[in-house]
Design a protein. Sequence first.
Length: 220
Amino acid sequence: MACMKATYLAPAIGQYLIAHTTQPDDVLDALALETREATGDSAAMQLSPDQGAFLTMITQLSRAGNVVEVGTFTGYSSICLARGLAPGGRLTCFDVSEEWTAIAQRYWDKAGVADRVELRIGPAAERLEELPTGQAVDLAFIDADKAGYPVYYEILLSRLVSGGLILVDNTLWKGHVADPTVDDDGTRAIREFNDMVMADGRVTSLMLPIADGLTMIRKH
């Protein structure tokens, strides 16, 4: 059975949750295995199966046609997002690694979604600015360097349709955000981002205990 990323849950509860969530297909299973073999410890950056299922479902429910992903890695999340797109929809992915996204591109073909996915390589803070201002984003998923979250959030929010969603990963940071004894750079970055979102009068937000914490942010 797949490993549960929600370390703040009792292991038995985590495994029960995974067991009662629609399971990934052979393409996602193969991608998860290759990612573990190819990236070693970095494989921890890959989505868990329950989170992937959530991304597909929320994309379907929101009927998103123009979706943006910041942080693609080997492609698990992008496949899940692309599978939920409305008919004729497009997913634009931003990442800095040609090495890891080469795996993603192979699996987009295997999953049959390559025709609706575009990859843009380079620093997201720069490449996101290239998004056309006249083409509103329906849904965005941020899962990249944590210090960059505020920048990516602001750029995407400015292009998000009213009622659109931004989903942000790792906002519980293994539970460290709630532990006052933890004060490393990563934890501080996530705490500051979480506080910034809570103080933003342009949105409403909901933090979900899925995987390592997933925040849903809806633009007014």
